[in-house]
Design a protein around this ligand. Structure first.
Ligand SMILES: O=C(O)c1cc(=O)[nH]c(=O)n1[C@@H]1O[C@H](COP(=O)(O)O)[C@@H](O)[C@H]1O
Length: 285
């Protein structure tokens, strides 16, 4: 039996593990974003104990339900080393429940430093090792090489920011590179080149909140699309925004607050995630 959580080196890489997860559980990335306001809404203290209770409910409700779970590192980091300990438990718990974990750390630096970030998030023996990590290409796509290489050799993935869901990204991401294509398209094309080996190592991030103007047809890797719910996009928007520009099999819509608002009950979180997933599957069918 294939175990998604002990990826073989070689083989069909992250693509195979991703396809297996989505085939079994449907296209949804559920975010774990422990906003202080959500902790309060759940009746929890804004403290490490509150964070741990929040995360444990998410692991219990979302771990067995969502194909991919995306803990937002910032909300754990805010609690310092104790927060990172909770993040380690959360990553391990979600993976043990059969979900792929995408650490939303948005790392990106010069190559030599990037190698250390890659080791932190993608090296199998590392305490925070996840199945994939979000990365920023704005020090140059080539600077991401250490993460791409480690991901490829361990059957893991990187998700590269291309066209983000927030309005602030537009000016930079739609600027023209050598008057031929946008910055965002150049990121997508570089990711497609990584995936030419069929590994699906390089996913991209493209928000569902607006028209992206990208050609994603040659990517051959997952497309994380945040913006559902709290940022205003609907499942129908996801379908419209990616119609004719991407292979729907690779689409991975993401929602955090829209699901987390159903807490603190684990069963309620699972039901909310299933509802969002069903809406996505219906819209994309
Ligand atoms: O990389 C991301 O996940 C991301 C990229 C992007 O373009 N927009 C975006 O909202 N995100 C993340 O996705 C999550 C969205 O949360 P909700 O708006 O509550 O669904 C947050 O953790 C964001 O940091």
């Amino acid at each position: 039996m294939t175990d998604r959580n002990t990826p073989a080196t070689g083989g069909d890489g992250f693509a195979g593990r991703y396809r297996a997860a989505v085939a079994e559980r449907g296209r949804l990335c559920a975010g774990i974003d422990p906003h202080p306001s959500l902790l309060e809404q759940w009746g929890l203290p804004v403290s490490v104990d509150g964070l741990r209770s929040f995360a444990q409910s998410c692991v219990a409700g979302l771990g067995p339900t969502a194909a991919v779970i995306k803990p937002q590192v910032a909300f754990f980091e805010a609690f310092g080393s104790a927060g990172f300990a909770v993040l380690e438990e959360t990553i391990a718990g979600c993976r043990a429940a059969g979900a792929l974990v995408l650490a939303d750390a948005k790392r990106g630096d010069i190559g030599s430093t990037m190698a250390a970030y890659a080791a932190a998030w993608l090296e199998p023996a590392a305490p925070l090792c996840s199945d994939a990590v979000t990365v920023s290409p704005y020090l140059g796509f080539g600077a991401l090489d250490p993460a791409v290489t480690l991901a490829r050799t361990t059957g893991r993935g990187v998700f590269v920011l291309a066209r983000t869901s927030n309005p602030d990204g537009t000016e930079l991401q739609t600027a023209q590179v050598a008057r031929t294509r946008t910055v965002a398209q150049s990121v997508v094309d570089a990711a497609a080149a990584v995936n030419a080996d069929g590994s699906g190592t390089a996913g991209v991030v493209v928000g569902a909140t607006r028209e992206h103007g990208l050609d994603l047809s040659a990517l051959a890797g997952p497309i994380l699309s945040p913006g559902l719910g709290a940022q205003g996009a609907s499942a129908a928007d996801v379908a419209a925004v990616f119609a004719d520009t991407a292979d729907p099999a690779w689409l991975l819509p993401a929602a955090s607050r829209a699901i987390l608002a159903a807490g603190p009950g684990a069963a309620d979180l699972a039901a909310a995630a299933s509802t969002v997933r069903d809406q996505i599957e219906a819209a994309l069918s």
